[in-house]
Design a protein around this ligand. Sequence first.
Ligand code: F6R
Length: 255
Amino acid sequence: MLVIVKNNYDSLSLEAAKVVADRLKKKPNLVLGLATGSTPLGLYKELIRMHKYEGLDFSKVTTFNLDEYVSLPPSHDQSYHYFMQNNFFDNINVDPRYIHVPQGMAKDVTQFCDWYEERIKSFGGIDVQVLGIGANGHIAFNEPGSSLGSRTRIKTLTSTTREANRRFFKNDETVPKYAITMGVGTIMNAKELLLVASGNDKADAIKSAVEGPLTAMCPASIIQMHKEAFVIVDKEAGSKLEGTYVDTWETIIFD
Ligand code: F6R
């Protein structure tokens, strides 16, 4: 695990974008795992800039998103499909046929989840998986207590998560109750992980994920077991770390 502490959100976004761009230049048909949420927005913005002004080419890339709400159609402005389309896909030259976001409207969710796992495998697995982290240590919709070996499946959202999401919906009833999410085991199968975190409210989660005991109560702590994981944080999110960490990946080469 390589922990990189940057001065601020912009420089952490730039650092993460450099890693993705480097992998993409080396492998034009990169299989990219993606996350929604506010943290990766700066990373996506920088990748869009690299595409527009530096010719970074996504035409052969395949993407797989981590999660989606059950029962929201892709056209719903709170769906993760909508988020990804607006904040990333519409602004790069990715082929729509190779974009994958879990289908919240799937008739048979279990069958869909099995298909998603197989589909990832059929592309040779995910090369780089972008991750955010919840203040409670969740990754994707794998909340504390999720099995560390879990695969793509339907999860009931915790009341805290539903309360946090309430502001985006008209009333309590319309806040989704379920989500489809890659499992912790699915995430761990990615060849590289790129976890980004920003702000003081992520400091405890980052401390537990990076330096705490490996536990299902902090699903992100599983990254300690990954051979090639990057954790890129700003000073605030890294403020509770006790170890000494680097400030760039560029001089570091994994064995
Ligand atoms: C979303 C996802 C979530 C977020 C996490 C952090 O696809 O996987 O686990 O990464 O909730 O969200 P932000 O970045 O908004 O703090």
